[in-house]
Design a protein around this ligand. Structure first.
Ligand SMILES: Cc1cc2nc3c(=O)[nH]c(=O)nc-3n(C[C@H](O)[C@H](O)[C@H](O)COP(=O)(O)OP(=O)(O)OC[C@H]3O[C@@H](n4cnc5c(N)ncnc54)[C@H](O)[C@@H]3O)c2cc1C
Ligand code: SF4
Length: 491
């Protein structure tokens, strides 16, 4: 029986982050593990509501009140089992998820403080590893069916684990030199140390998943070969087509897409290369964009020793608290999001747009000319208006464009399989997760567009369930979302 008054006795508390001056000297995670006593206290705040809206907020349908109560009573082993019933990789979501479940927590109504669900989740994941509970789950018998998964991000990995446990022979193809997708070389170590991916991969390998890394499917192996050698193919290639700009001066030296900065920087942090061609050390950095990617560029720039960093956002400064008219509980509110990288330094400018990247006379950028803007959306179309007389220059010798992604990359594999991208640059799925080509399924960012790890895992699980059914597998695998699923309250 959960504690009905825990939230009256305990305030919401998170463990302290590592001090900024210390963490800027390394690439280690910002949060140290939390003491058990704190996690159990915070789990006690969960009221075990009759209708747990947090379930609806979480695309995986994680059984949050169940494992909160198990943590409260110190039943870590049962909590690990309960969490893994719906989430293959809580060590990723517990570290990286923006936690829409917390936005939907009943304790958050009227400005209250939601349960620290994400923190409890990551500590259950930590206990799973520490207590040696992540033993391989091998299937009782083989189905004799073969599945190819292209892409080893969270969508591909979740699908692979579900399918191999159901008895199918699964091969995951990845063009990078190591599996993990964006979590490997896109997301910096200060958000996710890579041993968490490696430890989970050990479990997948022990369960029978085969990994073929360094293989660009469509180039080294054709789509036709893939189809001929497998009974089903899952495309989980992500949405990695970086959005660019045609702002004057874009071709100057020193103006780069964010991923061209992040990937080599993360490879340096991993010890795979000594230097990066785009180093922020000693430079005046301007980051354009306000999301996860921009915040990651900020944290990397500071660790590399930037002389100064400005982050520019097209949109106005969001409110600190939920606007109930605009985003009523339990929807995901538009509020100011402060990532740990923001407390490490830098200046944030809101409601500004770059008018020009300014040439230093020798073909390199020396400044960005910005202006204040107003933005409004009508009929789904964004209208940006410059406020006259507000132009000014910011010194810049490194500019990083973190302005989003235009869907999945156009690559030979798509033509080979007879799969097309739509106007949003993504691959559509039928209700059973098949693309326009029979037996070829799609999941994750490649289907949804640039999104979140929790959605990628949810789609990977659901696509695996559809593939299992397509292959005539016995019973049904869990399918937390449909291809048309949207975040709670999305309009
Ligand atoms: C910088 C950055 C920071 C982010 N931070 C967060 C965060 O904090 N929290 C969060 O929830 N989400 C975050 N995201 C989003 C999150 O990483 C993605 O939503 C998620 O990784 C999508 O998973 P996926 O499996 O669909 O694709 P991906 O992770 O993109 O993986 C796709 C994989 O497919 C491979 N591939 C593509 N084509 C081929 C081919 N032809 N042959 C073989 N392999 C191929 C690619 O190399 C890649 O490894 C971030 C994204 C970025 C860019
Ligand atoms: S995966 Fe994300 S939304 Fe789901 S319980 Fe964890 S933090 Fe919340």
């Amino acid at each position: 029986m959960p504690d009905p008054s825990g939230f009256l006795r305990h305030e919401r508390r998170l463990p302290a982050r590592r001090p900024v001056p210390v963490r800027l000297t390394d690439w280690r995670e910002v949060y140290p593990p939390a003491p058990d006593a704190l996690v159990r206290e915070q789990a006690t705040r969960c009221m075990d509501c009759g209708i747990p809206f947090c379930h609806e907020g979480c695309p995986l349908g994680n059984r949050i009140p169940d494992w909160n109560d198990l943590v409260r009573t110190g039943s870590w082993e049962a909590a690990v089992e309960s969490l893994h019933a719906t989430n293959n990789f809580p060590e990723f979501t517990g570290r990286l998820c923006p936690a829409p479940c917390e936005a939907a927590c009943v304790l958050g109504i009227a400005g209250g403080e939601p349960v620290t669900i994400k923190q409890v989740e990551v500590e259950i994941a930590n206990h799973a590893f520490d207590l040696g509970l992540l033993t391989p789950q091998r299937p009782a018998e083989s189905s004799g069916r073969r599945v190819a998964v292209v892409g080893s991000g969270p969508a591909g990995l979740a699908a692979a684990q579900q399918l191999v446990r159901a008895g199918h022979a699964v091969t995951v193809y990845e063009r990078d030199d190591a599996p993990g997708g964006l979590m490997r070389y896109g997301i910096p170590d200060f958000k996710l140390e890579k041993q968490h991916i490696d430890r989970r991969l050990e479990q997948l390998v022990a369960e029978g998943v085969r990994f073929e890394v360094g293989v660009d499917v469509g180039v080294e192996v054709t789509g036709e070969t893939l189809r001929a050698e497998h009974d089903a193919v899952l495309l989980a290639c992500g949405a990695l087509a970086g959005r660019d700009t045609d702002t004057p001066g874009r071709s100057l030296r020193g103006v780069h897409l964010a991923m061209d900065h992040l990937v080599p920087s993360n490879r340096v942090a991993a010890g795979l290369q000594k230097t990066t061609p785009i180093d922020a050390a000693g430079r005046h950095v301007v980051i354009i964009g306000g999301g996860d990617t921009a915040a990651d560029c900020l944290g990397v720039a500071h660790r590399q020793g930037a002389a100064g960093v400005h982050q520019l956002d097209l949109y106005p400064l969001p409110p600190h608290e939920r606007d109930e008219e605009r985003d009523p509980w339990p929807t995901w509110p538009w509020i100011l999001r402060n990532y740990p990288a923001h407390e490490e330094g830098g200046v944030r400018d809101f409601a500004v747009a770059v008018q020009e990247f300014v040439d230093d006379g020798a073909g390199a950028v020396r400044a960005v000319r910005i202006a204040e803007v107003t933005v409004d959306k009508r009929d789904g179309v964004r209208h940006v208006r410059v406020v006259p007389g507000t132009e000014r220059e910011l010194p810049a010798d490194l500019v990083l464009l973190a302005i989003g992604f235009d869907g999945t990359e156009d690559q030979p594999l798509l033509d080979q399989l007879g799969v097309a991208r739509n106007r949003r640059g993504v691959v559509e799925a039928r209700p059973d997760w098949q693309t326009g080509a029979d037996g070829v399924f799609v999941a994750g960012d490649m289907h949804r567009g640039a999104s979140l790890i929790v959605w990628a895992i949810a789609e990977g699980r659901a696509a695996a369930a559809a593939i299992h059914s397509y292959l005539g597998g016995a019973g049904a695998l869990p399918a937390p979302v449909t291809p048309a699923a949207q975040p709670i309250g999305a309009r």
